[in-house]
Design a protein around this ligand. Structure first.
Ligand SMILES: Nc1ncnc2c1ncn2[C@@H]1O[C@H](COP(=O)(O)OP(=O)(O)OP(=O)(O)O)[C@@H](O)[C@H]1O
Ligand SMILES: [Mg+2]
Length: 245
């Protein structure tokens, strides 16, 4: 089996060097836990370190704000886009029914099939190896019943599998809920789940990352400290972090 390194410092060694290639994984966590930063880092480091083009589908954040925020970490998304290494697909405006001035956007009413067609088309065009969908709950906006959600998620993972890309699907769950996915169905469709936590310990916020499941991988089962630095996310080994305290 081929593995693709995420490029996130400290994380790949927790999962035998990288994610099993061509599979889909869930990145789950409550608001502000770093899901967007972590998944963009996966795509951006894919381009920068491994020469693997990537697609970022943003349904939560508008592309321009995303570009601005990520520049804080020194990630020049615009440049990568101009070099056809990155494609941001804007689904954010479609949800609220507004037109987008992005080159690739889903407008005029949201439609999962159209979004997937757009993703596939762009994946072929730039030769994408990595894809992020941020986020599933943002897609589920119109879905009331669990069966619909299950079908939609199955469809997404089936389409992604056909393209052979490695995908991170972002989902949101309330901290401390003990759930890994919004609808309780996403986790059965994916090949692994990465959970981000934010806990307040005394006056200090405390971020951790946990590999909850990773098929075909002997992964760490511990909660590892995660920090957001000027260069993005870094994961430290639990043992070392405790020594440092
Ligand atoms: N430049 C930075 N340096 C340090 N920490 C930052 C920086 N930018 C953002 N953060 C931290 O990261 C958090 C946001 O991360 P991110 O947007 O990835 O979270 P998220 O899980 O995607 O949240 P949401 O549920 O709102 O989409 C901020 O609340 C802040 O705590
Ligand atoms: Mg986010």
């Amino acid at each position: 089996m081929q593995r693709i390194p995420t490029g996130i410092p400290g994380f790949d060694e927790l999962i035998e060097g990288g994610l099993p290639e061509g599979r889909s994984f869930l990145v789950s966590g409550s608001t502000g836990t770093g899901k967007t930063i972590l998944t963009m880092q996966f795509v951006f480091e894919g381009i920068r370190k491994y020469k693997e083009p990537g697609i970022y589908v943003t349904l939560d954040e508008r592309p321009n704000l995303l570009r601005e925020d990520m520049l804080r970490f020194g990630w020049d998304l615009r440049k990568a886009e101009n070099e056809n290494q990155l494609q941001i697909i804007d689904g954010s405006v479609a949800r609220i029914g507004m037109p987008s001035d992005e080159e690739f956007s889903i407008s005029a009413g949201f439609d999962l099939d159209r979004l997937l067609v757009e993703v596939m088309r762009n994946a072929r065009r730039i030769g994408a190896k990595r894809i992020v969908l941020d986020s599933i709950p943002a897609l589920g906006f119109n879905y009331e019943n669990e069966n619909e959600v299950r079908k939609a998620i199955l469809k997404i993972s089936y389409m992604l599998e056909r393209t052979g890309v490695t995908a991170l699907l972002v989902t949101e769950v309330p901290e401390g809920s003990g759930q890994y996915s919004k609808y309780g169905v996403e986790e059965y469709v994916v090949d692994g789940i990465i959970v981000l936590h934010y806990a307040s310990v005394g006056a200090q916020g405390n971020r951790t990352i946990h590999v909850r499941k990773m098929r075909a991988t002997k992964h760490s089962e511990a909660l590892h400290p995660l920090s957001i630095t000027a260069k993005g996310i870094m994961v430290s080994k639990q043992e070392r972090a405790y020594e440092e305290v």
